[in-house]
Design a protein around this ligand. Structure first.
Ligand code: C5P
Length: 239
């Protein structure tokens, strides 16, 4: 049974190589102030037991494994994520309509305990030349919009996007569609390896529903202070 305590729009990225270091930072967070993201490295090293442990600690978990396979396999993987009690799970929109619909249909049986199902459109690491090389015409922005529309058409809950894409996607896809944005930095924080960042307030004002924030929180001397400041900055802003 997933925990249901957080109203926060902040998802803290647990980019760690083992459970010990992930739980060290989790010990310094509070499930009423954030949710958590578990990605490929941490999940591959620790397995589902870490997700169960985070749920036992009342944290809602975004399982960021970006499933991309034939429809039956992705549907079963989404069921496995739902059985694990995750709050949000994601797939690659490039898996196509049948795969997206199979993922959505697989989660119907979970009713109001169903995880949110979102899609990745175009990885931000890909430029126009990379897309041409894999047979996709147009700019990354063209492809993001086309795949986000397909995602919505297939009945998924939203997409991961950069804060720069949030405004256009919000206006073209409407208010009910979830936009999850990494690349967020509080004013004055180091950009690290993020190339184009927005502040939390800017991202939410542009249309972001949830913000994925890693190092500005996990490497802070006082993570709760940073979380509280971000929550205060975005409280009251519409999404
Ligand atoms: O530490 P930082 O705030 O940069 O972490 C951002 C998180 O969001 C990381 O887990 C990173 O892998 C993820 N992410 C990203 N950019 C994307 C997609 C995911 O930064 N386009």
């Amino acid at each position: 049974m997933p925990p249901t305590v957080s109203q926060s729009r902040i998802i803290v990225a647990l980019d760690y190589p083992n459970a010990e270091s992930a739980l060290d930072i989790v010990d310094r967070l509070n499930p009423t102030l954030c949710r958590l993201k578990v990605g490929k490295e941490l999940f591959t090293r620790t397995g589902p037991e870490l997700v169960r442990e985070l749920n036992r600690r009342d944290f809602q978990v975004f399982l960021d494994l970006k499933f991309h396979d034939i429809p039956n396999t992705v549907a079963q993987a989404c069921r496995a994520a739902a059985d694990l009690g995750v709050w949000m799970v994601n797939v690659h929109a490039q898996g196509g309509r049948k795969m997206l619909q199979a993922a959505r249909d697989a989660l119907v049986e979970y009713g109001d305990q169903r995880p949110l199902l979102i899609a990745v459109t175009i990885l931000t690491s890909l430029g126009t030349e990379d897309l041409i090389e894999v047979g996709l015409q147009g700019t990354p922005a063209d492809n993001v919009l086309r795949l986000a529309k397909l995602t919505k058409d297939c009945g998924l809950d939203g997409v991961v996007c950069s804060p720069q894409e949030a405004g256009s996607l919000r206006s073209q896809l409407g208010s009910g569609f979830q936009l999850i944005t990494p690349g967020v930095r509080p004013a004055g924080a180091a950009a690290d390896d993020q190339r184009r960042v927005m502040t939390p307030g800017q991202a939410v004002s542009a249309g972001a529903s949830y913000l994925v924030v890693g190092r500005p929180i996990t490497q802070a001397a006082d993570p709760i202070a940073v979380l509280t400041a971000i929550n205060d900055e975005i409280s009251g802003l519409t999404r």
